[in-house]
Design a protein around this ligand. Structure first.
Ligand SMILES: [Cu+2]
Length: 159
């Protein structure tokens, strides 16, 4: 009888533990879905050319890492989000704005979100409102460091 009790208690405890583990894991998975990390390199590359933002997220956080070693004034990168149709013009105006403005024209209303420009070994992040985006619109993410948008760009979808 005592043995049976012990067994029963152990299996109850095990059930509790599994329940807690499952709850923790699903909480983590939800948080992961509304955030993403993207790497950038000394060879002027982003680690992905497509990003998908779940429409179920209220906000979405992009963390940009620079895995290289070159300084931000030589091989700096940022992560900028806009409608695809606006990207080239934003990058063009960004050249004139300079590094002090992270190569983004101050107050540029076409920019949906952007990070500061970082150099090798650094990381930064930006959080934006997903409700302001539309699943029907074509969005592009890119780096506005002069000359980088040619290769450092990709599509961002909301779905
Ligand atoms: Cu860049």
């Amino acid at each position: 009888m005592v043995l049976f009790y012990m067994f029963k208690m152990r299996s109850e405890a095990m059930k509790q533990m599994i329940l807690i583990a499952t709850t923790l894991f699903s909480g983590l998975a939800l948080a992961e879905d509304c955030a993403m990390t993207i790497d950038s390199t000394d060879t002027m590359q982003f680690s992905t050319s497509e990003m998908v933002v779940p429409a179920s997220c209220d906000s979405y956080t992009v963390t940009l890492k620079h895995t290289g070693t070159l300084p931000r004034n030589i091989m700096g990168h940022n992560w900028v989000l806009s409608k695809t149709a606006d990207a080239q013009a934003i990058a063009g105006d960004g050249v004139g704005a300079g590094l002090n403005n992270d190569y983004i024209k101050p107050g540029d209303g076409r920019v949906i979100a952007y990070t500061k420009v970082i150099g090798g070994g650094e990381e930064t992040s930006v959080t934006f409102d997903v409700n302001a985006l539309s699943a029907d619109e074509s969005y592009q993410f890119f780096c506005s460091f002069p000359g980088h948008i040619g290769v450092m760009k990709g599509a961002l979808k909301v779905q």
